[in-house]
Design a protein around this ligand. Structure first.
Ligand code: G6P
Length: 610
């Protein structure tokens, strides 16, 4: 949720930290702050609101420092304000910490520290950490061991960075449940919650694991476990292009990422389509293919847009692999008593690979003996590393908070997994060949849909003042209806509901009048005629209708108010195409309402707290 960045070296760290925070701002954006050591002093500069406000504040101060930490916050405990912004300092102002996560037992620790005379200034759970570390430090422990001892008393999740003028040559970092990486430079080192913040400076990364703590100097680092055991950490070379995390001339990351889908879908399939064999090649699943194909059941666990991808996969697996599937919200799965049977395979879908609920569900499933497969975008992320096996979607970094290109790439990879299993079970070579060949045509079809951008922008003009929206689809396009509604809600703040089209008459139809727009996802597939009947039902009640329809469908124009005509494909792959007009529609409505589509209110890209 929150973003963390830090620098130690010979350069002035202020611009480096501000730039890093801007790259991380998609993770949280209600307040920001820097903690700096300079001229023998320690200080924190904080500001409510966006990083640019912090930048303005700092410019006037003309501070130069070669060791600092920065934080951008997404409030959990305590309202967004300057006081609650990080860093939090100890009573004497010599030590500062930044924290991402939640300290669950903070109230008990706070009471104890208050009795010892520590004064709390903020309403955050994080502030207990600085006083607790300070307490150990005052007793003669080094900064490293004070942090380690403090963290061993804490329940909850953290990615944390600590600096102190008493030991001005180091940053202490630790991780439990929230991501934390060290970036290795030449005579300078970096720390961050996300590789994106560092990639402009180094591609050599050390990933901390849960329960690990490190002491980072400008030219070296040392890591241990929280329980004080020595560990050796590997330095990993990360491949990421700076261009991938900049807007490249687009107004927003979201539209850039929507427009990138020809390429991202191509990348998700690259080297994985074996047309002649009618097969998918997924190196990440090597050694596990037979076990997965023999599964008696597949349980898919995810949150948000990734959960919608899981719903589409349910249709895919059941139709072609003929395996029963359950799709679960991670937050529900982890707190039930889920029944895991022998020969169950579990699939965890996550763009960021860091979503706290999905990660916790994965750990629980592993504990119960399920085979766990990760479908992630962020390479090296916690879910990717924790899973027994997995497939990267290779969509490239996604910065816009509303997920777009990750969704279509997730669907591509889930279709490939379906093919792998189906061909090992019942699917014929001929059927395999025809589906894999069809997959190869997707990028060209996506390209054609993206050309409808101006047409969709015009449609959006007529819906800027809508208060509610209904999204309706059937079969494979029911989850697309949910996803279309979610996109609109997330960025335009218009209330929207997704529904299976036929279910409409069991409730939502009561809402329909001339003020209720309905978006139908109605390509010419096997349920087309049935969806047309649902369109008639809405039309009879004067609802305004937008239809995402097949290019060759001439009948639909006379039934609806607006059409968005797209190329056809087989049913299984249709969601990869039908969702794109809905992403564009939500984007243009939100932009026309003057909203910040990349950083919608109250949302965060990577939800690393429960
Ligand atoms: C947040 C994001 C959504 C995303 C969901 C799951 O709510 O705003 O866009 O779909 O988390 O994230 P994940 O990274 O696990 O796919």
């Amino acid at each position: 949720m929150c973003g963390i960045v830090g620098y130690i070296g010979d350069k002035n760290c202020v611009p480096i930290l501000i730039e890093g925070l801007k790259r991380l701002e998609y993770r949280g954006y209600d307040s920001a702050g820097l903690g700096l050591l300079y001229n023998g002093n320690a200080s924190a500069i904080k500001s409510k609101g966006k990083v640019s406000l912090l930048e303005d504040k700092i410019e006037g101060l003309n501070i130069k420092s070669s060791l600092g930490i920065g934080h951008t916050r997404w409030a959990t405990h305590g309202e967004p304000s300057e006081i609650n912004a990080h860093p939090h300092g100890n009573d004497s102002g010599s030590m500062f910490i930044i924290h991402n996560g939640i300290i669950e037992n903070y109230a008990v620790i706070k009471k104890r520290l208050q009795k010892l005379g520590y004064v709390f200034k903020s309403d955050t759970d994080s502030e207990v950490l600085v006083h607790l570390i300070d307490d150990f430090h005052k007793k003669g422990n080094s900064l490293f061991h004070s942090t380690r001892l403090a963290l061993s008393q804490v329940d909850g999740t953290y990615g944390i960075a600590v600096i102190s003028k008493t030991e001005p040559d180091k940053i202490i970092v630790a991780k439990n449940g929230s991501p934390l990486v060290i970036g290795i430079g030449d005579d300078e080192n970096f720390i961050a919650s996300d590789v994106n913040a560092l990639i402009a400076h180094t591609s050599k990364i050390v990933y901390l694991e849960d329960g690990e703590i490190a002491e980072v100097y400008k030219d070296s680092f040392m890591a241990k476990t929280i329980t004080d055991e020595d560990i050796l950490k590997e330095i990993v070379q990360v491949e990421m292009d700076l261009d991938e995390i900049s807007k490249s001339g687009y107004q927003h990351f979201m539209i850039k990422e929507i427009m990138e889908q020809t390429e991202s879908v191509t990348n998700s399939m690259r080297g994985r389509l074996l047309v002649e064999e009618g097969l998918a090649k997924l190196g990440g699943l090597k050694g596990f293919e037979d076990q997965i194909a023999k599964s008696n059941r597949i349980i898919i666990v995810a949150c948000g847009t990734s959960w919608h991808a899981g719903l589409v996969a349910e249709y895919m697996f059941e139709q072609f692999a003929e395996i029963p599937v359950e799709v679960e919200y991670a937050s529900e799965f982890r707190y039930r008593n889920p029944v895991i049977l022998p020969n169950d395979t579990m699939i965890f879908i996550s763009q960021s690979g860091e979503t706290a609920d999905t990660l916790a569900a994965l750990k629980e499933a592993k504990r119960r003996g399920a085979l766990c497969l990760g479908v992630c975008n962020a390479v090296g992320s916690s879910i990717a590393r924790e899973s027994h096996t997995g497939v990267y979607i290779h969509a490239g970094p996604e910065i816009g908070v509303a997920s777009t290109k990750a969704f279509t790439s997730q669907l591509v990879v889930l279709a490939l997994i379906t093919m792998l299993i189906a061909r090992k079970r019942h699917m014929s070579l001929a059927d395999g060949k025809s589906i894999i060949s069809e997959m190869a045509t997707l990028p060209a079809k996506i390209e054609r849909i993206l050309k409808l951008n101006d047409h969709i922008e015009k449609i959006a003009e007529d819906f800027v003042n809508a208060k509610n929206f209904l999204y309706l689809g059937r079969g494979y396009n029911f989850p697309v209806a949910l996803e279309g509604a979610l996109k609109l809600k997330e960025i335009s703040y218009i209330h929207a509901e997704g529904y299976p089209a036929a279910e409409m008459k069991h409730g939502p139809i009561a809402l329909i009048d001339e003020n209720m727009p309905a978006v139908f996802i109605s390509p010419k597939d096997s349920v087309y005629e049935k969806v047309i009947s649902n369109i008639e039902e809405v039309k009879a009640r004067k609802g305004r209708i937008i239809a995402v329809a097949s290019e060759n469908d001439d009948k639909i124009d006379s039934l609806v108010d607006y059409t968005i005509k797209i190329p056809d494909t087989i049913r299984m792959l249709m969601p990869i195409l039908t969702v794109i007009p809905l992403q564009l529609l939500a984007y243009h409505i939100a932009v026309k309402k003057g909203l910040n589509v990349d950083q919608p209110r109250n949302l965060a890209k990577s939800v690393t707290v429960e």
